[in-house]
Ligand binder design. Structure first.
Ligand code: SD4
Length: 340
């Protein structure tokens, strides 16, 4: 009898049976976003609702100036938004890219998922769709984005993402024309995203019941060519969720990262048995083998609530901060991983 009592007591107090669900994990030190998603879960919201809530919080707060309105003006001075949301139960995705004049991009992405059978809407048409769905159209320009744009113009439009054009985009503003074949060979350089001003929110939530959802929201690359879409709204690149396995979300130089679908790859590696940390590293290692100097990071979680993160070490980026809330941490906890 005593033995049975002791056995039950041991089981109920063992550190190995700590519940690790639900889980909220997101890129960068965006604490309020984590807290909003965590609170939503505590009130019984689904993983999908929590992701929408978390990413929306960053959009309203303009996290780091690189999420939401008033950041990253393009070559014409306009702020445009990219976002996606994925339901890992149904594998449905909703996404918007190059969204104009609508602040709450992640909710428009969700509307694409829930009110159409499409996956991705872009540009003016996405804005029209949003307005039809009841979202308010307003200018995304702020004093901050205006002065960023003015500074860029005064610096001869530097940094600049054009190549193989004339006049020389490294010294001169446009308009540009394609350069002749002879000139092309001299212009192979790749303009990299500024490490300090590009912090997409990517979030993965595993609900109480093991359902996985993921999402991203960003205003993309500062001074991008109008129409440019990054990795964030692309399923498998910006984020990915599968309630059979887990989820992942990426941040960094989307022009490079989207070519490798790192979030999809990380989830597939976890499906094959890799722990989240290993999956995160391997997904970035693939990109690194082609682009050693790319700027990027990724978060990964499996359905047990185990998680990890990884980043590619480049000058100025040796540690990647990310946020976690789970039953162990309770309140959002800032974590850091050393880049490899
Ligand atoms: C993009 N991936 O548009 C985004 C930017 C970003 O950290 O994540 N920066 O390329």
């Amino acid at each position: 009898m005593h033995f049975i009592y002791l056995f039950v007591l041991t089981l109920s107090t063992s550190p190995f049976v700590e519940p690790s669900l639900p889980l909220v994990i997101n890129t960068w030190p965006f604490r309020d976003a984590t807290a909003a998603a965590w609170r939503a879960l505590q009130k019984g919201a689904s993983a999908l609702d929590a992701v929408e809530m978390g990413c929306s919080t960053c959009e309203w707060e303009q996290c780091d100036g690189s999420v939401g309105y008033g950041g990253s003006p393009d070559e014409g001075g306009e702020t445009t938004l990219d976002a996606m949301i994925m339901n890992g139960d149904t594998m449905e995705v909703g996404a918007v890219a190059d969204l104009r004049r609508i602040k709450n991009a992640i909710s428009v992405a969700r509307a694409v998922m829930e009110h159409t059978t499409h996956t991705l809407l872009v540009g003016e048409s996405a804005s029209m769709f949003a307005q039809n769905m009841g979202f308010r159209a307003e200018d995304l320009t702020t004093n901050t984005s205006q002065s960023m744009f003015a500074k860029w113009l005064s610096q001869n439009c530097q940094p600049n993402y054009r190549k193989n054009v004339s006049p020389d985009p490294k010294t001169t503003c446009g308009p540009y024309k394609p350069s002749s074949r002879d000139q092309k060979t001299h212009q192979h350089s790749h303009t990299r995203l500024d490490i300090h001003s590009h912090d997409t929110i990517g979030m993965v939530v595993v609900g109480h019941n093991g359902s996985v959802a993921a999402g991203t929201s960003t205003n993309g690359a500062k001074h991008k060519v109008p129409g440019r879409v990054g990795d964030s709204p692309i399923a498998g690149a910006g984020s990915y969720a599968d309630s059979m396995v887990g989820g992942a979300a990426a941040t960094g130089d989307g022009d490079v990262m989207m070519r490798f679908l790192p979030s999809f790859l990380a989830v597939e590696l976890m499906r094959a048995g890799a722990e989240p940390l290993r999956a995160c590293k391997a997904a970035l290692a693939r990109i690194k083998s082609y682009y050693p100097q790319f700027f990027g990071a990724i978060i990964c979680s499996n359905i047990k609530g185990e998680y990890g993160a990884a980043c590619n070490r480049v000058p100025g980026f040796s540690q990647f901060p990310y946020m976690v809330s789970d039953p162990l941490t309770g309140n959002p906890l800032l974590k850091k991983v050393d880049c490899f």
